[in-house]
Design a protein around this ligand. Structure first.
Ligand SMILES: C[S@@+](CC[C@H](N)C(=O)[O-])C[C@H]1O[C@@H](n2cnc3c(N)ncnc32)[C@H](O)[C@@H]1O
Length: 464
C-alpha cells in the first residue's frame, strides 16, 4: 500500500542522497514546473521555453502541460485514489509529478509506460523532493498495473470528474442543453487535436499545398471550405506560409459566422471589439458594396495586434481606434452596422484553452452580461435606422446569448431579430445550414469534433 506522507523539501542538489542516475528530462521538468506555476494562479506558459529548441521536445512540452491542465480534475482524483491517501496529502509538487506520470500512462500512448514512469520519477530531486521518488514510483506502478489488467474504468466516475470540468459548469450545460449534448460537449473539450486556419487565397487547396511543401500536413475542414486543420501548431506559426499571410489562425465556426453576416455590412461598419482582428480582417476581404470598416478595441496593445495582423496578411488596414464600446465617440446615426464580438465567459473555447475551466467562476457571468448589455445599449443608441447590430459570443451560457438578446429586444422595441435562416448560407459552408440555426433564428455551434461553441444574433433597427 502506498501512503502519501508529507515529504520534507530539500533544495535541489544540496547533499540529497537520492542522486538521479542520469540528468532528468528537461521537457518533463519544464512542463511540471509550468503546471505548478499555473496551479498557483500564475500565467499558463503554453509557449515552450527557449531552452527546448527541438520541435519534438517543444511538442511534448505542450502536450504534457496542456494535458495536465485539461485533465486536472481527473488526474487529481486518480492520484488521490491510487495513493490510498492517509491522513496527510502529498505536497503539491509531489502530487503534480504523479499527475504528470499518470497523464502519460493514461493519455499518451506514444510514450512507452516504462519511460513515462522512469523519466517522471527522476524529476523528484530537481523539484527538491528526492525522497518522494519511491512514493511517486509506487503510485505510477499501481496505475500501470491497473491499466495493463483493464481494472481502471473511468466510466464509473461522474461526468465532471471523468472529463475534468467544474461541477457548476457541467450542471449549467446539462440544464441548458440536456444530458446527451452536455456529455458530448465535455468530451469534445478534451479532444483538441489541431489548429484551424482560414485560408486567404482563392482556395484552401493552394494553402494546403504550400504548407505541405514546408513539411506541414493540413487537412481540409469537413464543414467550412475556407478552413484547414493543422496538427503541428508550432511548425505552422514558424512557416513561411503563415508569415507570408496566406493563412490566419481562426476557428472554423468563427469563419462561418463571419462569412454569413458579411453581406449585411453597409456604410460605416464599426467592429466595436475588434482585436486581434480575426473577424475584421476576414470582413475587409468579404464585405461587399459600400461598407467601410473601422476597428475599435479598448486596449491599445491589442490594437497593435490588429495592425500586425493586417501587415502580415498584406491588407490595407482599416482605421483603428482605441475606445470603450460602452461609450463610443461616434455621432448617433453615423454607423450603418455595428459588430459586437463581445468579451464573454468563453466556455465555447475550452477545447482550445483548457485553462478557462479553472479560471472562470460562475459569478463572472453577471459581470460579463452587464458589460455586454451596456455595449448593446450603446450600439442601439448610435446605429443608423435600418442598420444591423451583429452580436456574437464564444460562450455557451444563456445569459450572454439568447437571454441577453431577449432582454435587449424587450427594452429596445425599435429593433427586431433577423433570422440567419432568412439569409443565404455562405458559400464556404459544406452541408446543411439549418443545423447551425436555433429555433429563434440565431446562429449557434456547440463544441464538437470540428469546431468550437459560438453564438450569433442579428438585430435590425427599424427604418424611421
Ligand atoms: C472576443 S474578443 C474579440 C475577438 C475579435 N473580434 C476577433 O475576431 O479576433 C473581445 C475583445 O473586446 C475587447 N474589449 C473588452 N471590453 C471592451 C470594451 N468595453 N470596449 C471595446 N473593446 C473591449 C477586448 O480587448 C478583446 O480584444
Amino acid at each position: 500500500m502506498t501512503h502519501a506522507p508529507a515529504f520534507r523539501r530539500r533544495s535541489a542538489g544540496k547533499g540529497s542522497p537520492a542522486r538521479p542516475i542520469q540528468p532528468p528530462d528537461p521537457v518533463r521538468l519544464a512542463a511540471v514546473e509550468a503546471y505548478l506555476e499555473f496551479d498557483r494562479g500564475g500565467a499558463l506558459r503554453d509557449v515552450p521555453p527557449e531552452g527546448l529548441p527541438s520541435p519534438v521536445d517543444r511538442r511534448l512540452y505542450s502536450q504534457l502541460l496542456l494535458g495536465m491542465v485539461r485533465h486536472k480534475r481527473y488526474l487529481e482524483a486518480e492520484v488521490t485514489r491510487l495513493s490510498h491517501r492517509g491522513a496527510r496529502r502529498p505536497q503539491r509538487a509531489v502530487a503534480a509529478l504523479a499527475m504528470l506520470g499518470l497523464f502519460q500512462l493514461r493519455f499518451l500512448s506514444a510514450v512507452p509506460a516504462h519511460a513515462a514512469v522512469f523519466e517522471t520519477v527522476q524529476i523528484a530531486p530537481r523539484l527538491g523532493y528526492g525522497r518522494a521518488k519511491g512514493w511517486v514510483n509506487g503510485v505510477l506502478r499501481t496505475a500501470q498495473r491497473e491499466l495493463d489488467s483493464g481494472a481502471a474504468d473511468p466510466g464509473t466516475l461522474p461526468l465532471a470528474v471523468r472529463t475534468s470540468h467544474p461541477d457548476w459548469m457541467v450542471e449549467r450545460w446539462r440544464e441548458r442543453y440536456g444530458e446527451e449534448a452536455c456529455r458530448a460537449i465535455c468530451e469534445a473539450n478534451n479532444r483538441f487535436a489541431g489548429t484551424t486556419v482560414r485560408c486567404e487565397g482563392p482556395d484552401a487547396e493552394g494553402a494546403a499545398a504550400r504548407l505541405s511543401a514546408e513539411g506541414i500536413a493540413a487537412e481540409p475542414h469537413p464543414r467550412v471550405r475556407s478552413a484547414l486543420v493543422v496538427e503541428q501548431t508550432g511548425a505552422l506559426l514558424r512557416s513561411t506560409t503563415f508569415r507570408d499571410g496566406a493563412v490566419y489562425v481562426q476557428d472554423a465556426a468563427s469563419q462561418l459566422l463571419t462569412a454569413w453576416v458579411a453581406p449585411l455590412l453597409e456604410g460605416w461598419a464599426i467592429d466595436g471589439c475588434a482585436a486581434p482582428g480575426g473577424k475584421l480582417t476576414q470582413l475587409v476581404r468579404e464585405a461587399t458594396g459600400t461598407a467601410r470598416l473601422v476597428g475599435i478595441d479598448r486596449h491599445l496593445e491589442r490594437i497593435g495586434m490588429i495592425r500586425e495582423n493586417f501587415d502580415r496578411l498584406r491588407q490595407t488596414p482599416t482605421p483603428l481606434l482605441v475606445a470603450d464600446a460602452e461609450r463610443l465617440p461616434l455621432q448617433p446615426g453615423s454607423p450603418g452596422t455595428i459588430l459586437l464580438d463581445v468579451p464573454c465567459m468563453s466556455t465555447g473555447m475550452i477545447r482550445k484553452y483548457p485553462e478557462l475551466k479553472w479560471r472562470k467562476r460562475p459569478s463572472d457571468i453577471a459581470a460579463y452580461a452587464e458589460a455586454q448589455r451596456a455595449m448593446l445599449a450603446e450600439a442601439a443608441r448610435l446605429l443608423k435606422p435600418g442598420g444591423c447590430i451583429l452580436y456574437s459570443t464564444c460562450s455557451l451560457e444563456p445569459e450572454e446569448n439568447e437571454g441577453q438578446i431577449a432582454a435587449f429586444l424587450e427594452v429596445h422595441r425599435g429593433f427586431q431579430r433577423v433570422s440567419f435562416g432568412g439569409l443565404a448560407p455562405p458559400a464556404v459552408l459544406a452541408g446543411q445550414a439549418e443545423a447551425q440555426i436555433t429555433e429563434r433564428g440565431d446562429f449557434q455551434t456547440l463544441p464538437g469534433a470540428d469546431w468550437m461553441g459560438l453564438y450569433g444574433a442579428i438585430l435590425r433597427k427599424r427604418a424611421e
